[in-house]
Design a protein around this ligand. Structure first.
Ligand code: C2E
Ligand code: MG
Length: 322
């Protein structure tokens, strides 16, 4: 199956597994559920059942997460960022996947919220960063022309003042230039953890990394914060430029003025989640620099990304061939 099908099957499978587990839970715990429906019960039985199911699902993931990391079940997929003017791949975003041999491909939405809660995200983010460094190293050894690769930064890492030191050690180990690496920080961090956000951007810049603001434009306040951000790129949320409720005639001016202002502030612009030709045409007209989305390519395995970028597979490490 190709990556697009693989990734889409994963989200359908996640929903199916959950409803199947819910049915099993009701079958085995019917008496208990009935008891909870009795007068005086604190919540409807169905809600309690869902909560219990969620806890059981989380326990199962927690029981396996460390072993899964050691066993190489976590892999990175890369989604290309396309230069809208030149029509060339100008970069990539690394996105983690869990290839669970029992259920298939798990997407981050299924496990990252739990890993943020239990702290395992720190190990996983470090693993993803190391995979990206190893890949950039392999490209450099092979003599191909690499493109910068971005990684997402979790809130837990953002709040740790020392997180960059560990990442720096890994980067130096692989001899990779920081200018080929970029951190993506969610727009929500600016509102929720402003001090940590600005401190992290400052430290990243001093170490030579680029950083971008992920999911920009999710709310109207986005425009207010843009001026003082000092990030290298804005990643425009699809809701901002092409959601189903956008009225192009009304919104074109707004999007164009944000892109103009970004240029004046020396920020790059990347449109996320571009799925249609109309969106691509609109973004090209208003001067957006890069686009990322299913229209050009979904996130794909490293081998597929290399075939797209270099015309052949380059990195030999087995963990990249998943
Ligand atoms: P994100 O950073 O905003 O990544 C973009 C998400 O949009 C990805 O979902 C990607 O597969 C999806 N996407 C790309 N193009 C399209 C499109 O055209 N249409 C639609 N509908 N979706 C598209 P994914 O891979 O499920 O990741 C979800 C989120 O999980 C990411 O959102 C990021 O916040 C987080 N994440 C992924 N990998 C990592 C990681 O290694 N570390 C951390 N801390 N977070 C990660
Ligand atoms: Mg991102």
């Amino acid at each position: 199956m190709n990556d697009r099908g693989d990734e889409q099957t994963a989200s359908n499978a996640a929903a199916a597994t959950k409803s199947q587990a819910l049915m099993q839970f009701h079958a085995t715990d019917e008496d208990d559920a009935t008891r909870r429906e009795a007068p005086g019960a604190t919540a409807p039985a169905i809600v309690q059942s869902e909560n219990a199911l969620q806890r059981a699902f989380e326990r199962e993931l927690e029981d396996r997460m460390t072993e899964a990391l050691d066993a190489g079940e976590f892999v990175i997929h890369l989604q290309p960022k396309l230069d809208l003017r030149k029509g060339q791949i100008a970069g990539a975003e690394a996105l983690v996947r869990w290839r669970d041999p029992r259920v298939g491909l798990r997407l981050p939405g299924a496990f990252l919220p739990l890993f943020e809660k239990n702290g395992f995200i720190v190990d996983l983010d470090r693993f993803v960063f190391e995979q990206v460094c190893a890949l950039l190293h392999a490209w450099s050894v092979a003599g191909v022309h690499p493109v910068p690769v971005s990684v997402n930064l979790s809130r837990t890492n953002l709040l740790d003042l020392t997180f960059l030191q560990g990442f720096e050690r890994i980067r130096e180990l692989y001899g990779v230039l920081p200018s080929f690496l970029e951190f993506e920080l969610a727009e929500a961090f600016v509102f929720e953890e402003p001090r940590a956000f600005f401190a992290a951007v400052d430290r990243m810049h001093r170490a030579g990394y680029a950083c971008s603001l992920d999911n920009f434009g999710g709310c109207r306040r986005s425009l207010e914060i843009m001026e003082g951000l000092e990030v290298d790129a804005l990643k425009l949320n699809r809701a901002f430029f092409g959601g189903p409720y956008i009225d192009p005639a009304r919104e074109t001016g707004l999007v164009a003025s944000v892109l103009n202002r970004a240029r004046e502030l020396h920020m790059g612009t990347v449109a996320e989640g571009v799925e249609t030709e109309e969106q691509r045409g609109f973004l090209a007209d208003v001067g957006c620099e890069l686009m990322q989305g299913y229209l050009f390519s979904p996130p794909v395995s490293v081998a597929d990304f290399e075939r797209m970028l270099f015309g052949r597979e380059v990195a030999a490490a087995p963990s990249f061939s998943a």
